[in-house]
Ligand binder design. Structure first.
Ligand SMILES: Cc1cc2nc3c(=O)[nH]c(=O)nc-3n(C[C@H](O)[C@H](O)[C@H](O)COP(=O)(O)OP(=O)(O)OC[C@H]3O[C@@H](n4cnc5c(N)ncnc54)[C@H](O)[C@@H]3O)c2cc1C
Length: 296
């Protein structure tokens, strides 16, 4: 049960089962929901009074939420942060809480091109900045101009050069709260963009499994594909507790309801060891770990 506190922005002992796309069993010590810019005013004091270490949770589509979330405050951006504005030069400002597929569809329909790749990625703009999300030959680094960040009570804009965006990497740290993301788009043809969106969605349906997953578990090593290495290592269908390697895509893990972080991590360790044993390649993971140690 979630116990409401007098401040409606703060909930304590929060069930996290619906807060990650793996649907992992975990609870947060506290969840602070920021709904407007005004909520930043006393955020530092609020976090201090909760006396817990804190992290940010986006759509939870690339995270493993562990038992240790009990000792964390998680921040979530909702309400006004689900915003999108674009000016006549194609400069678009995405609130950190907006869903990437929603932003991709709206921008394409409005005649702006350069964000179509995001239609199949079920994260939010803030998480996309941290992860440098991408696919289909593009990523956020290609279009981002700057990112608005709250750190220690101060809000500043980080220019693209200071973000150090690389393959699934940025210089944003665990206590940097992304508030908005500014991208530069090009004029496009809404019909062409719509066709591109359809192709991407179709490709994903054909190649990726549905169900509770968090996308690719491992990054692709230079010149190869993690999925190919994993498939050749025979990991498809292997199970640890409620976590199973997809039989459709060897780099996806699917979770039953009630699975916990330990089970997913055990399976990840097995997958990685098999690839190391058979191909001599040490894979690295795309996932981020909140409330549990990364396994390597
Ligand atoms: C079916 C599926 C397909 C996917 N395909 C792709 C793909 O093609 N390409 C790709 O790159 N990814 C893919 N992903 C992974 C994921 O969607 C992306 O990494 C996405 O950018 C994560 O965003 P999120 O809001 O879910 O972040 P979360 O998973 O909630 O968080 C990820 C990290 O970002 C931090 N974070 C989140 N929001 C903020 C914020 N506002 N401020 C500061 N830190 C923040 C978290 O603390 C955490 O460290 C896929 C996932 C799924 C489930």
């Amino acid at each position: 049960m979630t116990a409401p506190s007098p401040d409606s922005r703060v909930e304590r002992d929060v069930d996290l089962a619906t807060r990650s796309t793996y649907g992992l069993r975990a609870r947060a010590g506290a969840l602070v929901t920021l709904r407007s810019r005004r909520d930043l005013e006393d955020l530092e004091t609020q976090l201090r009074s909760l006396a817990l270490d804190w992290r940010v949770l986006g759509a939870g589509s690339n995270v493993i939420l562990g038992e240790g979330c009990r000792n964390l405050t998680l921040l979530s951006l909702e309400g006004d942060w689900d915003s999108l504005e674009v000016d006549e030069s194609g400069r678009a400002r995405l609130g950190a809480g907006i869903s990437l597929p929603v932003a991709a569809r709206r921008l394409s329909a409005a005649g702006w091109s350069g964000f179509e790749w995001a239609v199949g990625i079920p994260g939010r703009a803030g998480g996309a900045a941290v992860m440098n999300a991408g696919g289909h030959g593009a990523d956020l680094a290609r279009v981002v101009r700057r990112v608005e960040v709250w750190r220690d009570g101060e809000v500043t804009w980080w220019e693209r050069e200071s973000l150090d965006l690389r393959y699934r990497h940025s210089s944003l740290g665990a206590n940097d709260l992304v508030l908005s993301v500014e991208v530069q788009l090009e004029p496009g043809d809404p019909d062409e963009s719509a066709a591109r969106l359809r192709d991407i969605v179709r490709w994903r349906r054909e190649h990726q499994p549905g169900g509770r997953n968090a996308g690719s578990v491992f990054t692709n090593p230079v010149g190869d594909h993690a999925a190919r290495l994993l498939e050749a290592a025979g990991v498809k269908g292997v199970r640890r507790g409620g976590a199973e390697v997809s039989s459709k895509h060897a780099n996806f893990i699917l979770c039953d309801p009630g699975t916990d972080a330990r089970e997913v991590i055990d399976l990840m360790v097995f997958m990685r060891e098999r690839v190391l044993e058979i191909h001599g390649v040490a894979l690295t993971t795309e996932h981020r770990f909140l409330g549990v140690e990364a396994p390597w």
